[in-house]
Design a protein around this ligand. Structure first.
Ligand SMILES: O=c1ccn([C@@H]2O[C@H](COP(=O)(O)O)[C@@H](O)[C@H]2O)c(=O)[nH]1
Length: 241
């Protein structure tokens, strides 16, 4: 994949479809892949997925399902019918839940359509090792937990994981290079971390650490001029190649 734009997923964290479309209109022709998370999905309803597909975008539905296996399977069956390109569950739900979710995706994928990628969320990029140890009550090193969750995700038959770019080399070493890595926690040089903890720049993520996809939201969507912010990111990637 040589065009960076195919590997950059824009997080549409907006409270209405109108705001999401207004932002996309300012980035026409540049954004190829978008992410619909809980805020937009709950505000706009499932139809947002088909509308974005009709507008030509690839769509990652980021609802991070985490429930008992039967419920996770049903949720993924319903979501797969929407025609998304990528969906996810929490790896912390365990192998049985993830395998059930994978079955649900297969059952829901419309005949003749490609099966969407199903990926597992390892440890949220807002979580630090200290919080993981002291509040999630998971002892040890955070990157060991991420690698362990990635291995269980692979065992369940999923296609890849969500993690910080910092963990991509270990995930690839553990699960193989074709195991897909989708990495939020992206902050262009000089921008504030905000609520994220395990962050890198787009250049580090895509060029040094070899994330398959990066997810970026507020650094673009919250910029005074989203197109300028986007162009700066692409220019910086090209210059660092
Ligand atoms: O571990 C995770 C999983 C998902 N996300 C989502 O990615 C975007 C990041 O947005 P920014 O504005 O670039 O911080 C957001 O939609 C999260 O829900 C994540 O950040 N970390």
């Amino acid at each position: 994949m040589t065009d960076f734009r195919e590997r950059i997923i824009l997080a549409l964290d907006f409270g209405s479809p109108e705001e999401a479309y207004a932002c996309l209109d300012r980035l026409t022709g540049d954004v190829k892949y978008v992410k619909v998370g809980m805020e937009l999905f709950y505000a706009a309803g499932p139809a947002i997925v088909s509308t974005l597909k009709e507008r030509g975008f690839k769509v990652f539905v980021d609802l991070k399902i985490h429930d008992i296996p039967n419920t996770a399977q049903g949720a993924m069956r319903s979501l797969a019918r929407l025609g998304a390109d990528m969906m996810n569950v929490h790896a912390a739900g365990g192998v049985k839940m993830m395998a059930a979710a994978r079955e649900g995706v297969e059952q829901g994928t419309p005949a003749g359509s490609p099966r969407p990628l199903l990926i597992g969320v390892t440890m949220l990029t807002s979580t630090s090792e200290d919080v993981m140890n002291s509040q999630l009550l998971i002892p040890g090193k955070l990157e060991d937990t991420v690698a362990g969750y990635a291995a269980f995700t692979k065992e369940a038959g999923l296609d890849g994981v969500v993690a910080s770019p910092l963990e991509v080399p270990l995930i690839k070493e553990t699960c193989g290079t074709s195991f897909v890595t989708v990495t939020p926690g992206i902050r262009p040089a000089g921008s504030a971390k905000g609520d994220q903890t395990r962050v890198t720049t787009p250049e580090e993520a895509l060029l040094t650490l070899n994330s398959d996809y990066i997810v970026i939201g507020r650094a673009i969507t919250g910029a005074v001029d989203p197109r300028a912010a986007w162009n700066d990111m692409i220019d910086s990637l090209k210059a660092s190649r």
